[in-house]
Design a protein around this ligand. Structure first.
Ligand SMILES: [Zn+2]
Length: 477
């Protein structure tokens, strides 16, 4: 081996070590986009060329298991915290907290009450604590003051703001003098139309085509702003949608006296708070009321739902089978499409696609959990994750081989959240990172040692000549 060869090898090894373990600083950017209620298989309902363009130039996960209950607010908070509902505290779109003695409802200003949100810390807060800037365009909860913070840039929720205007804001924030590294973009469709038309309606075709056009617009705007190759774009959703029917309705008033309980949340998971002394009566009346309704005492709720250990989960929940609708009585609103059902049901699952410098190209993965997104976001942003219920290891294969830096170490032990029992947190192991680091370091040290040794050896004859030259005159003298 010549010294030149060794020098080149050393430099290459050092460079490999660098690119193997981190994204370039200007690539540590994420734009997380949620199209509310975009079911995983809408991609195949009508031609969706822009979604398919991302699948081919990036990654696609076929089945994403979201969290129970499969509703908008609980799942959006999971995407930005990595926590199950019982741990982040947004257990439904409509809640009652007996400790705070307060209600939470999407139709009410009390969603701006910080106390409901502070059982968790959303990623924008952590991102900003580490010195970065975040920007949220209508992301659920992003206009609420949480742990004394708002996103660096955000807008009060305004349903009528167009998709194009939301995109313009995101682009502005990514290209400003103090650019954001985290953007969050939310769009209400195809959820709204899915509820009104039902997902099986042929009229959903144009709705999905319109979303595909909107995605095309976003891609074009990112390209125009020269962000396409540096921003890691993640397209996902909160939940899917299933077809309902007036033939599949369960009316609670037919089985139990409505004076005996308060109905906190309705369909398809009825959250029932019995009046004092009426627990047994209400439970017995509902337990075998209807073959398509499963009724649980709070302590009997299946563990797999991670939906038990929080004060905001009511003493009794009644869960409808897929496609069945719970009403107090027929005067309640009925919608042709709904979600909120068991998160094991495929129809409740959202889409997941991603493109960017961190992601592999044309790669399809079978399954992931929506809780796994959060540690991946933290990895991409190079920030330290808060304790969470996900695992970066589960989704590491979505990332291209130049970026496995970082399984950022997470101090995930147990935390007492909400009420009676500790939540479960999966510890994120840092072994692969340290093994990689150790191996890389050994390679560099060995190359360096061999190089130095070779260099010294190659200089030896010259030194001997020099010594000879010095010695000779002395001898002559
Ligand atoms: Zn919805």
């Amino acid at each position: 081996m010549t010294p030149q060869f060794l020098l080149v090898s050393f430099v290459l090894a050092a460079l490999t070590l660098e690119t193997t373990f981190s994204l370039q600083p200007d690539q540590q950017k994420v734009l997380l986009v949620s199209f509310d209620g975009f079911r995983w298989d809408y991609l195949y309902k009508v031609p969706t060329p822009h979604f398919h363009y991302i699948m081919q130039s990036g990654v696609h996960v076929k089945q994403v298991t979201n969290i129970f209950i499969t509703k908008t607010y609980p799942n959006h908070y999971t995407l930005v915290t990595g926590l199950f509902a019982e741990n982040h505290g947004i257990v439904a779109n409509d809640m009652f907290d007996p400790i705070l003695n307060k209600s939470f409802s999407l139709d009410d200003m009390n969603i701006y009450d910080s106390e409901f949100w502070e059982e968790a810390t959303p990623i924008w807060v952590t991102n900003q604590r580490e010195g970065h800037s975040s920007g949220a365009a209508m992301w659920p909860g992003a206009d609420v003051k949480i742990h004394n913070s708002f996103p660096t840039h955000y807008m009060p929720y305004n349903e009528s703001m167009s998709f194009e205007d939301r995109v313009a804001k995101i682009i502005e924030w990514f290209t400003s003098k103090e650019p954001i590294n985290l953007g969050l973009l939310y769009w209400e469709e195809p959820d709204d139309m899915g509820h009104h038309l039902g997902p099986d309606s042929p009229l959903m075709g144009p709705v999905i085509s319109d979303i595909d056009k909107k995605l095309g617009y976003l891609i074009q705007m990112l390209k125009n702003a020269k962000l396409w190759n540096t921003v890691n774009l993640i397209i996902t959703s909160d939940h899917g949608m299933t077809q309902c029917s007036k033939q599949r309705v369960i009316e609670l008033d037919q089985y139990v006296d409505k004076e005996h309980y308060t109905l906190i949340d309705r369909s398809p998971v009825a959250a029932i708070l019995p009046k004092e002394g009426k627990f047994d009566e209400v439970y017995e009346a509902l337990a075998h009321a209807h073959p398509n309704l499963t009724v649980y005492k709070k302590e009997e709720i299946p563990e797999r739902w991670h939906y038990k250990y929080n004060n905001r989960i009511q003493p009794i929940i009644a869960v409808a089978d897929e496609g069945w609708y719970i009403l107090q009585n027929k005067s309640d609103d009925f919608l042709l499409g709904n979600h909120g059902y068991d998160n094991a049901l495929a129809e409740m699952h959202p889409i997941f696609l991603a493109h960017g410098p961190a992601f592999r190209k044309n790669f399809t993965k079978e399954a992931m959990n929506s809780t796994d997104l959060y540690p991946m976001l933290c990895h991409l942003l190079n920030i330290t994750a808060m304790p969470h219920n996900g695992s970066l290891r589960n989704v590491q294969d979505l990332l291209n081989s130049a970026t496995p830096k970082a399984i950022p170490y997470t101090q995930s032990t147990t935390l007492l959240l909400g009420s009676d029992q500790p939540g479960e947190y999966e510890p994120e192991e840092a072994y692969p990172y340290f093994i990689g680091l150790a191996l890389g370091s050994v390679i560099v040290i060995v190359f360096f040692a061999v190089f130095i040794k070779h260099l010294i050896q190659s200089q030896m004859p010259a030194l001997q000549d020099l010594q000879a030259e010095i010695v000779q005159p002395l001898l002559q003298a």
